[in-house]
Ligand binder design. Sequence first.
Ligand code: SF4
Length: 394
Amino acid sequence: MNNETLYTIASILSDCNYSLSEHLYIHVPFCRYRCPYCSFYSTIYLNDDAKNQFVDALIKEIEIKNFLLSKKIKTIYLGGGTPSMLSINDLEKIFDKILINHQLDKNAEISIEANPEDINKELVKGWQKIGINRVSLGVQNINEKHLQFLGRKHTKKQIINAIETLKNADFQNISLDFIIGLPEENIEDLKNNFQIILDYKIPHFSSYLLTIEEKTRLSSLVKKHPEIIQDDDDTIKNISQWYLWVKNSGYEHYEVSNFALPSYQSIHNTSYWTQKNYIGIGPSAHSYIHPCRLWNTSSLRTYNSIIKNDKLDFQYEILNEKNIFNEYIMTRLRLKEGVDLADLTNRFNKKIAQYFIDQSDKIPKEYIIKTNDKIYLTEEGWLIMDGILVDLFL
Ligand code: SF4
């Protein structure tokens, strides 16, 4: 047991009147290659030694953070990086460690992000044995030319094989991740993507607009060739079409980038958008223990040193009321339900709540809707959300 780090975290939180978390995020920082658009922390998988060290370090961190986790865990989310690169043996070690002190809620959602090229029958069977019951498949795009632009090595055939393998193993809760708004993307391209969702009755999917993150290979390319980026009008036209297909196919657009059939909303991700406490473990992982945010080092080497020196490298901040309000507004307006006015007045003082209501009155009605009990953005509002938030923030 690491007394020093544990003591440090406990003393940071000592004035915070915090509650235990029912949600656990595990960051697996390995990838086979770096995709040119990606800004998440990950490193190329070099050999099993580095991976084994990482698993040992993760187990140490679980020991340290045990005291922050509730006895019953409602969600575990393995994200990355590429968690589907971990073997069943690695996953068993991690889960065994967690389950020494905690139990899974009977309806626990246990998710893993996976790359299509990793999926095979044995792996899927192993996941099910461990209790993983939700797979988020990084499809990104079904069109080969767009997969190439995104630097992804998998093919359409591998995507189909992965979905069929999951379906044949009776995996009910499958989510597909897409990136849209790509150069020269037309309605036909988008339709091909949407067709996969319909053909396989996929209960949940996410579609993220391509964003150009600083310090990525894509941002250097765009600096040299700004013309490759899709025109805003085309993007809006294509997304509006995507939204229409979603609506006509029975999916709920429950979050700005997420869509689900009834009862398939992601419980883990919803915990982020509704200010629940969550514990993150692994390099670069964030934890939120209201009103404190902690984040681990983004260096695997430094992270792994926890094994030798028993010390976790992390930073933290205690959020002030302004930060908390701005994050609350930003995350709640991502959700279809928007801001519940009773909840808003419960959490913040009257003056702040009234400020939000007054500011939202200034936003054109096509972007924001106000009822007696809530304020939420329309789909048109979601398309220009960043601009709207500037007017709503404290
Ligand atoms: S997009 Fe996924 S697979 Fe590609 S580098 Fe980022 S984390 Fe790795």
